[in-house]
Design a protein around this ligand. Sequence first.
Ligand SMILES: NC(=O)CC[C@H](N)C(=O)O
Length: 407
Amino acid sequence: MTAPANKTAPWTTTKPTALLILADGTVIEGKGVGATGAVEAEVCFNTALTGYQEILTDPSYAGQIVTFTFPHIGNVGTNNEDIEDLTPANRAGAVGAVFKADVTDPSNYRAATHLDQWLKNRGVIALSGIDTRALTALIRETGAQNAVIAHDPSGEFDLPALKKRAAAWHGLENLDLAKEVTSGQTSVWTETPWAWNTGYATEETPRYHIVAIDYGVKRNILRLLAGLGAKVTVLPATATAEDVLAHNPDGIFLSNGPGDPAATGEYAVPAIKKLIETDIPLFGICLGHQMLALALGAKTQKMHQGHHGANHPVKDHTTGKVEIVSMNHGFAVDSASLPKGVDETHISLFDGSNCGLRLAGKPVFSVQHHPEASPGPQDSHYLFRRFFNLIREKKGEPALPERSKAA
Ligand SMILES: NC(=O)CC[C@H](N)C(=O)O
């Protein structure tokens, strides 16, 4: 396969100001956007049609460069609301981005900052003007690639040195990034929940207490938990089972997050093992799902190209319903390794891979996809209600319908 460089693009009649250098030495030339410098990361592609700001600020993208298959990125600018990492100061999220079209001036009433400036502020290096279809096809054929993305407005690059860096980068396997992106301190989530997100009227006074372990949690997860009537205490990734139980929670939530789930085996997995011994309802999303599977004795593995998009079909075996979901993962739970007593509840209809599990006889379940969306369809919001119903059941309260009229 030839390099998907687009050397005839108008801005490259002089020198390219940004490069994407794959570990195999392929050099893709483009126009620099955002921060300058060079960084090693894994390149993946995301097929969502909307939500570039939420995608770029999803802490699960730490250590990754996102190639957007949607060609026009930046046209609605950026704002201060569509940010998914918990503390903006952390600036956790993708380290690089690849766009097809040049970034235009924003045209949207919510736009506060031009994408170029916003990427600069966050330290994200991007390049535009390449054939993203060809790059996506290359990733689909050869798998997610280790690479270096480099931006220098002078167009002066030390190519041999950058190629060396790309080839030498260790990749995401065995890499623990959750500890790096966690907000790192105990806090109570206070942002006002968005009632429209829940399908139910927001409860005025929280009736339940949920402890969320932050491995790189997305804001919309916390909003949805709060919107269903919970006070949410956020604990750092390294919280022990004792730290969690000291808060006397009605429910425990394991968040999404970046890196290799198997690399969290020293702190997260042992804590989760203890937490599932209690009878407290527990719900995990994405990295939280993968770590729960590890705690139950299953295995996780690196995927070929991963799932990154907002249009993936997933089947819920417990209801027979198909939901169109938001996805962002490069590792997956090996269904064949699920031990007895652990049921596979959801599968991807793209490749049959595991997308959910539940522990027989315990109020414990998790999913691989992103029911909080942001961005993406809200088909899976019912999973939050499923979690709350486990809490309600334990308290002797009647179950809420899983699906509101809107869902
Ligand atoms: N969104 C997530 O939590 C991602 C989980 C994990 N880092 C993966 O890539 O599979």
